[in-house]
Design a protein around this ligand. Structure first.
Ligand SMILES: [Zn+2]
Ligand SMILES: [Zn+2]
Length: 337
């Protein structure tokens, strides 16, 4: 029965080693992939910021010409085709806009702040001076927009930027209005206002690849299995050594590797045969089950000694050599008259 336990424990040790290697490798690979994903998000955010700044420079030095509009098209590829971009002069006259427009029959201008959202989103109705007059809530279904709320009349000239920032602080927790980024700049040399409102770059836009997810799950599963199997191994090992198996099993189940290290450092010598795993008493030199040599004998007082002891604790005799062949030769000489 003991030898069966021994081979189960041996198999479990191999299993644990494989699990540890698999979990460390998989989690490392997935951490590297995660970090390169973060770098990509950061670099895309920077590209948008730089794209906006390039447009500003072009506007400042060359005004609104074909090359500026080309840059705007490049920029819209970065931020999404439904992004807002409005350029107005100091009097509020709109010089250029994409994706939002004057409302028919009025001189009001509408700005949708989260154009890519498939759900409800905020929009602002601006007067010809680009001051905010109303905030509206739109429900986007089947490519059409339905007005679901018409609120907040702004009587004084409120800047779009200020209103959106204030709303973001107020509605930010709802997640719907915070899901956008707004850039605003005033070009002093021309007296122009430039607004850019686009969907925020979110982590959810950057999906894990399938292989990345799989590797991550394998790593997590291997780690969980390792955590569950380790206490079993410690339990079996402690049982073999008659050393509080339940206590050490529970301790390792809670603290895992820390428990294992403490156990390995404090566990008593294994009394079982190192070859076949059957239990031995301290009186045995040779295993009665397989014949393997497990201990040695002091030549002067015949005390049974552990194989790695260098001196006899009974008579103080120094052990010449740990090698069993040498002991056999010395024994042979002593027994010869
Ligand atoms: Zn044996
Ligand atoms: Zn001795």
């Amino acid at each position: 029965m003991m030898s069966k336990l021994f081979s189960v424990q041996k198999g479990l040790r191999v299993f644990l080693l494989i699990l540890a290697v698999v979990s460390v490798l998989s989690l490392t690979v997935s951490a590297v992939a995660e970090s390169s994903r973060n770098k990509k998000i950061q670099s895309d955010r920077n590209k948008i910021r730089e794209g906006f700044e390039t447009i500003l420079e072009e506007l400042e030095f060359n005004g609104l010409n074909d090359s500026t509009l080309e840059l705007v098209q490049e920029y819209r590829k970065l931020v999404g085709e439904n992004s807002n971009l409005i350029i107005s002069d100091d009097t509020g006259y709109v010089l250029y806009h994409v994706n939002n427009g004057f409302m028919p029959g009025t001189d009001q201008f509408i700005v949708i702040t989260d154009p890519d959202s498939h759900y409800s989103n905020m929009a602002y109705i601006l007067d010809p001076e680009l001051s905010v007059r109303y905030r509206i809530s739109l429900n986007r279904t089947y490519n059409s927009m339905k007005l679901i709320e018409y609120s907040n009349t702004y009587k004084d000239n409120v800047n779009l930027y200020d209103v959106i920032r204030r709303d973001e602080a107020y509605y930010g927790h709802s997640g719907d209005t915070v899901d956008k980024t707004m850039y605003y700049a005033y070009i002093g040399s021309k007296g122009w206002n430039v607004y850019s409102i686009q969907k925020n770059i979110n982590y959810s836009d950057y999906e894990y690849n399938n292989w990345h997810l799989a590797v991550n799950s394998i790593g997590v599963m291997a780690f969980i299995l390792f955590w569950l199997a380790l206490p079993v191994w410690v339990f079996l090992d402690a049982k073999k050594r008659n050393h509080n198996p339940a206590l050490w099993g529970i301790l390792t189940a809670i603290t895992n590797i820390i428990g294992l290290i403490i156990y390995i450092l404090t566990r008593p010598e294994n009394p079982a045969c190192k070859t076949c795993g059957e239990p031995l008493t301290t009186k045995h030199i040779y295993c009665p089950y397989c014949g393997a040599e497990n201990k040695q004998m002091c030549h002067s007082c015949r005390t049974i000694l552990e194989k790695n002891w260098l001196a006899c604790p009974t008579c103080g005799q120094k052990i010449e050599s740990e090698r069993p062949e040498a002991l056999v030769i010395v024994d042979g000489l002593e027994n010869n008259p």
